[in-house]
Design a protein around this ligand. Structure first.
Ligand code: ADP
Ligand code: MG
Length: 483
């Protein structure tokens, strides 16, 4: 059963524009690099000078094929480019070249885990299609001189528009989907994933309905370029739509923008229908034909996919599925895990440390794993000292702290901080005897049948040993002494 909001079911479908990482544009040789001075990267084709013709960039097609393979979709053997006609100052041709009836990537799905309360839920979102298209230019409004200009650097930048079925049921699922998709496109290297620069922009189509009712009318929130805003925008939109319906209004299909300053969505324009664009096949471009051998070649060149790698982690390292998914968030995290696990032979402990202490410290200092001051070899050495009983888990956290602050290698830090566990039974027994003598009541209670009474002794014993006693050993010795 899906979670309801005030008795309504939330329905969301995503359209994501992933900018493909080619060096040149989709139909011209102009460069795609970000941040250049206005109109220095627009050639005659991008400016739509009469008589110019588009030529398909093979690199863009290859990236679309790789995406299709990554999400188990059908890569069409023959797809068609169409003209999507509309007038806008940043679109000098008067149409955008896109794919309409027959896209290059058809079907497929994206699966991911998300936390719902204490549970980890597995979710699959079906994709409808992914098609190749060109980006438009950009209008620059210079308020202080009261003029607007057009920058065509972005015109003709290759995009893959990835469209889901309306399978998403909450803002949390929406964010989890977007993060997973982001992971896939960056992992396979078809998109740099830079959201601030607009390389990965999401549009969320949102509607609400009473459970079991037909789909409600949707409003499309455009250009969500941060995961945080995505969640805020959808939550706001859902509440707004429910309020409208509860107040007796109907929802008008519209395109809206999220304003991070007010936390509200605002209607930009009423939504056009496909018919308004007068799509027709672009006579300047032949059908895009992709032979099976080409698909096979791209497949052969692709690195292991995150979900395949996660399955291997479950199989080879006996990790829970959840751990395997977390550890394959990026290639760098996965490599760090594998290096640690192989060096210490303790995959589950390596996973716990990486998902726990390492991630916590990285997040707190806003570092990526490549920048972690603790190497995989050092983490493995630390884990080795836990499993050979040299240090307790508590002490290990202090050693980790030392590693993080670059205080030296594992053994040197253990030595310097005096963290070695007390493995000398004689010394420990003496401490236990002293603590027992100081707490005669506890012994009586224990002998009278209250096994829990001993818990009260562990603290003082650990304290007397300055935290160096091994709690397991303390328990064993206590039991032995008290029969
Ligand atoms: P358009 O042609 O206007 O872009 P599409 O039919 O291609 O519309 O759908 C765009 C996106 O909207 C898809 O992700 C689709 O799943 C989603 N969608 C369609 N209908 C609804 C709805 N009623 N509620 C939420 N999302 C929807
Ligand atoms: Mg669409």
């Amino acid at each position: 059963m899906n979670k309801l909001v005030q008795g309504y079911e939330v329905v969301i479908g995503f359209e994501t524009h992933a900018q493909l990482s080619t060096h040149s544009k989709i139909f011209s040789r102009a460069p795609t690099a970000f941040g250049a001075q206005a109109n220095t990267q627009a050639c005659a084709v991008d400016m739509a000078l009469p008589g110019t013709l588009p030529v398909m960039n093979i690199g863009a097609v290859e990236r679309a094929i790789a995406f299709g393979l990554a999400i188990n979709a059908h890569v069409a053997e023959r797809s068609i480019f169409a003209r999507k006609n509309y007038f806008y100052p940043d679109l000098p041709k008067g149409y955008q070249i896109s794919q309409f009836e027959i896209p290059v990537v058809q079907g497929g799905e994206v699966s991911f885990f998300l936390e719902e309360g204490k549970e980890t839920v597995h979710k699959t979102v079906r994709l409808e299609r992914a098609h190749l298209e060109e980006d438009a230019g950009k209008s620059l409004h210079e308020d202080f001189i009261g003029q607007s200009g057009i920058d065509l650097n972005r015109a003709g930048t290759p995009l893959l528009e990835i469209v889901t079925q309306p399978d998403i049921r909450s803002s949390e699922e929406a964010v989890a989907y977007a993060k997973e998709l982001h992971k896939i496109v960056t992992w396979i290297g078809i998109c740099d994933g830079n959201m601030q620069e607009g390389s990965f922009r999401c549009d969320a189509n949102v509607s609400v309905r009473k459970p079991g009712a037909p789909l409600g009318t949707r409003r499309e929130i455009k250009n969500l370029n941060s995961f945080k805003f995505m969640q805020q925008a959808i939550d706001y939109e859902v509440r707004w739509q429910i309020d409208q319906i509860e107040d007796g209004h109907t929802i008008q299909q519209a395109t809206v923008l999220f304003d991070p300053d007010t936390g509200e969505t605002r209607a930009m324009r009423t939504k056009e229908d496909a018919a308004d664009y007068r799509y027709f096949p672009d006579p300047d471009l032949p059908p895009l034909v992709i032979g099976r051998d080409w698909v096979e070649r791209v497949k052969g060149e692709m690195a292991e996919l995150p979900r395949v790698m996660a399955e291997r982690f479950v199989r080879d390292y006996a990790l829970p599925e959840y751990d395997a998914t977390q550890l394959t968030q990026s290639k760098a995290v996965a490599a760090y895990f594998e290096a640690t696990a192989q060096a210490c032979g303790q995959a589950k402990l390596a996973s716990n440390w990486i998902m726990g202490e390492v991630s916590r410290r990285l997040n707190a200092s806003e570092l990526s794993i490549e920048q972690a001051p603790v190497s995989a070899a050092q983490l493995a050495a630390l884990i080795g000292r836990i499993t050979d009983n040299t240090i307790s888990n508590n002490a290990a956290r202090q050693v980790f702290e030392g590693l993080w602050n670059q205080e030296g290698e594992v053994d040197a830090i253990i030595e310097a901080k005096g963290l070695k566990q007390m493995n000398d039974t004689g010394e420990l027994e003496k401490i236990i005897d002293d603590v027992l003598a100081a707490n005669p009541k506890t012994e009586e209670e224990f002998k009278a049948g209250n096994a829990k009474a001993l818990n009260g002794l562990v603290g003082p014993i650990m304290k007397a040993s300055k935290g160096k006693a091994n709690p397991g050993q303390v328990n064993a010795l206590l039991m032995k002494k008290l029969g």
